[in-house]
Design a binder for this molecule. Structure first.
Ligand code: FAD
Ligand code: AMP
Length: 472
């Protein structure tokens, strides 16, 4: 008999949620995690809690307060003279948030009687793993089912080698000990824009270089244009069509050369450079292929619709299998696998995936863009409502952006909702739920929304699909 029914490798949002769900379903469960914190402790939570979603949001919130006090407090009659930034205190706050949350997961593991195994897992056979602890000691663990949730790491590009001092990845950018005067960011994806915003708000002159010709190419075009305008107004110099060709540290400065699609060879000089060009799957040391697991040419573990690998008792979920590299995608995938092991018929609707970029204001969307629908030949109608016409947004003092709702021209079924505006990430939850329930725009239009709320903008966007917004 195996030691465990289920062993999960990795305790990021994919792995730890899978372990909890498996334990809830009655499986004898263990979770193996190798992450070592800067203090030298083995910690749970993976990328998301330690160097991803949570610390970035902690810094975004701190830097937002600082920026707001300087630029908007006076509008409220608040005089903030001599506002200053204590970077060490901001980082300490972030670290405390991370540590309380990672300890929280340890508590949840205890509550659910999940065995926590500290160390790096490597396949010996399809049912047997070797775990190497930080002190080098090894143990073997056997399981009926093994679920790989080993996540991802930042992509490195040879043109901008990370030295962790001047040229850093997203992890390094969460711990600058002072505000860089000039900051370069390669990549205008969610991570690049969020980290650029953090340091820009506290005083860096930020230049973002993005190789693609369009800003936020995956987002709704009107939303992307509004976001670009607003971020530029906040001081981020965003260059699209700018492909970085080299970055070198010269006399304590980083000289970044890039090819501008319109202007040709260009150069900027910065004090720090963040490389935020995406993430790649992580399977190092797993010995997965030796037991028959297939890994594709891009490094992702190959799985079927049920997230089963080429080895029948081994599953894989989260960033390591590709698709949207998002914490909630990883978690829900884990829930699906655990429930299917218990005989449930759980499915995930990948086309109803929430996407959020935590700039200020935020960009958030679910479902299809107009461009996608045009390409698919689907007839649609769009309702748009600007936050400038929302009483609550006015009271907040931030009226940038809008909600755009797209519905099928014939059936009125909601096909996509795109938001740029204050609290877009929270407003998106209604949009996701509506789409999960196959709502029509009329369903949302006929739903009573509290007043005064930002959510009224969702109501108005739905009314606008039918050409009858009240306040616009
Ligand atoms: P991970 O979180 O990467 O966890 C994998 C775990 O497996 C790690 O702890 C690793 O140590 C462990 N592991 C690997 N190999 C082994 C082994 N052999 N043995 C034992 N353990 C092993 N996503 C969002 O949805 N929202 C956000 O706001 C967001 N912000 C982000 C901001 C930043 C700066 C970054 C870098 C990422 C952000 N992400 C965000 C992405 C998100 O962090 C990932 O999608 C998510 O963490 C993936 O979860 P996962 O469980 O698949 O992998
Ligand atoms: P994401 O994958 O969403 O995190 O975004 C990463 C971004 O980095 C993508 O939009 C890429 O186009 C961009 N990128 C990748 N390599 C380069 C490069 N050499 N110069 C500028 N941008 C790049």
């Amino acid at each position: 008999m195996a030691d465990y029914n289920v062993v999960v490798i990795g305790a990021g949002p994919g792995g730890y949620v899978t372990a909890i769900r498996a334990a809830q379903l009655g499986f004898k469960t263990a979770c193996i995690e190798k992450w070592i914190s800067p203090e030298g402790k083995n910690v749970l939570g993976g990328t998301c809690l330690n160097v991803g979603c949570i610390p970035s949001k902690a810094l975004l919130d701190s830097s937002h307060h600082f920026y707001d006090m300087q630029h908007h407090a006076a509008e409220h009659g608040i005089q903030c003279k001599e506002v200053s930034m204590d970077v060490a205190a901001m980082l300490k706050r972030k670290d405390e948030i991370v540590s309380s949350l990672t300890q929280g997961i340890a508590g949840l593991f205890k509550k659910h009687k999940i065995t926590r195994i500290e160390g790096a897992a490597s396949f010996l056979t399809t049912h047997q793993l070797q775990v190497t602890a930080p002190d080098g000691t090894t143990q073997t663990v056997t399981a009926d089912t093994i679920i790989i949730a080993t996540g991802s790491v930042p992509v490195r590009i040879p043109v901008a080698p990370i030295d962790n001092e001047y040229i850093v990845d997203s992890t390094g950018a969460l711990k600058f000990d002072s505000v860089p005067k000039r900051l370069g960011v390669i990549g205008a994806g969610a991570i690049g824009l969020e980290l650029g915003s953090v340091w820009g708000r506290v005083g860096s002159e930020v230049t973002v270089l993005e190789a693609l010709p369009d800003f936020l190419a995956v987002a709704d075009r009107k939303i992307a244009a509004a976001a670009l305008k607003e971020l530029t107004k906040q001081g981020l110099a965003i260059h699209t069509g700018a492909s970085v060709t080299s970055a070198a540290v010269v006399n304590g400065e980083v000289v970044v050369k890039y090819n501008d699609a319109k202007k040709g060879e260009q150069e900027i000089v910065v004090d720090k450079l963040i490389v935020a060009v995406g993430r790649k799957p992580y399977t190092e040391g797993l010995n997965a292929e030796a037991i028959g697991i297939k890994i594709n040419e891009r490094g992702f573990i190959e799985v079927d619709a049920e997230r089963r690998t080429a080895v029948p008792n081994v599953y894989a979920i989260g960033d390591v299998i590709g698709g949207p590299m998002l914490a909630h995608k990883a978690s829900e995938e884990g829930v699906m696998v655990a429930e299917r092991l218990a005989g449930h018929k759980t499915e995930m609707h990948y086309d109803i995936m929430p996407w959020v970029i935590y700039t200020f204001p935020e960009v958030a969307w679910v479902g299809k863009t107009e461009e996608q629908l045009k390409a698919e030949g689907v007839e649609y109608k769009v309702g748009q409502f600007p936050f400038a016409a929302s009483g609550r947004a006015k009271a907040h003092g931030n009226t940038s952006g809008m909600i755009r709702m797209i519905a099928d021209a014939k059936t009125d079924r909601v096909l996509g909702i795109h938001i740029f505006g204050i609290s877009a990430s929270e407003l998106l939850a209604e949009a996701v739920l509506a789409m999960e329930f196959d709502a029509s725009s009329e369903d949302i239009a006929r739903t009573i929304h509290g007043h005064p709320t930002l959510a009224e903008a969702m109501h108005e966007a739905a009314l606008a699909v039918d050409g009858r917004p009240i306040h616009f």
